[in-house]
Design a binder for this molecule. Sequence first.
Ligand SMILES: C[S@@+](CC[C@H](N)C(=O)[O-])C[C@H]1O[C@@H](n2cnc3c(N)ncnc32)[C@H](O)[C@@H]1O
Length: 363
Amino acid sequence: MPGANNYPRKDLKDIQVKAKRPPKDMEETPEVPKAVTLPGDIWQIGSHRVICGDSTNQDTIQKQLFEGRTTSLVFTSPPYDNQRSYKIGSINWTDLMKGIINAIPAEEITQVLINLGQVHREHEWQPYWTDWLQWIADPERADRWRRFGLYIWDQGTGLPGDWNGRFAPSFEFLFHFNRKERRPNKIVRCTSAGDAVPIDKKGGLREKDGIQGSKWSHAGTKVQEWRIPDNLVRINRQATSGLERGHPAVFPIGLPEFIIKAYSEPGDIVYEPFAGSGTTLIAAENTGRVCYASELAPEYVDIICRRYMRMFPNGAKPTLTGHGDFFDVANGRGIEVPDDAALYRVGTGTKRREEINTLEAFL
Ligand SMILES: C[S@@+](CC[C@H](N)C(=O)[O-])C[C@H]1O[C@@H](n2cnc3c(N)ncnc32)[C@H](O)[C@@H]1O
């Protein structure tokens, strides 16, 4: 969920970004289109699967979506605390997150990475994750998950504006849980790949006596081409510009792509329990992985299908078993699918203008 979206309206109202609005009397109240998707539908998109359902329901996820299969990687961005009003009503955040974790069709090596951002209320940031973190790693629970890693997602330069006395937000967290470690893939190119490390180079970790480099020095060897990522994940937040604008909390495709490349292999099933506008599914398609995703709101499931068809016009059409493809189903249910082409046309706008539009949606 990108930074600016995670701040209460009170904080947002001070953002000094002014986007042009049409005069009041010209504003139209957009009609909310009825969704093609119905609760319980499972769309097959090539090898990907998307269910419109509740990810806390073990039957929905393990039997219906996964049909008994397992996942090697979970990557997701849940709602942060009880902050945002999606199309799903109010939630108890800790219960929601316990339910999601309990429903994961896990295998021994499954890695779970969860993106969470800060929430501010009453002039304080809220440690809303405390009860959930205690529960997840509770040593009394046989099926506990280890609090294995904590990483920072560096989103790039902070957005302009007045943030009520705080520095402009430009990072979020990535919590990494597992039961058994899996070595991350080396996916980051070394800047001096192939160069020889000077023979007298004293590099590497200090040893117990405080002297640097002997046992752990790479002196005399060549710098490797690729290395494992470090724990500051640098992926710029992205202006939403296409169909994903219909969702209030989209993360950049580069983020799930990075995590997927690091912690899975081509062909692996990546599970996304809070699919939103389908960003993780797109990242899976881009990286040759398979995504099984779940999203509660039918309107957002429609966005996933339509966004996929727009981004991969030569790819598979979302299909509902026994009912045909997305357009057949829309016809059968008497729903008109909007023409999405205009949303993908880049007008005179620049990335900056897109960013303003995105912020505008929250003001
Ligand atoms: C932060 S958004 C995810 C956005 C996504 N990362 C993207 O890029 O579009 C969280 C999503 O979780 C969905 N959601 C909330 N509770 C859910 C539940 N119990 N089961 C499935 N989806 C749920 C919301 O409707 C919302 O679309």
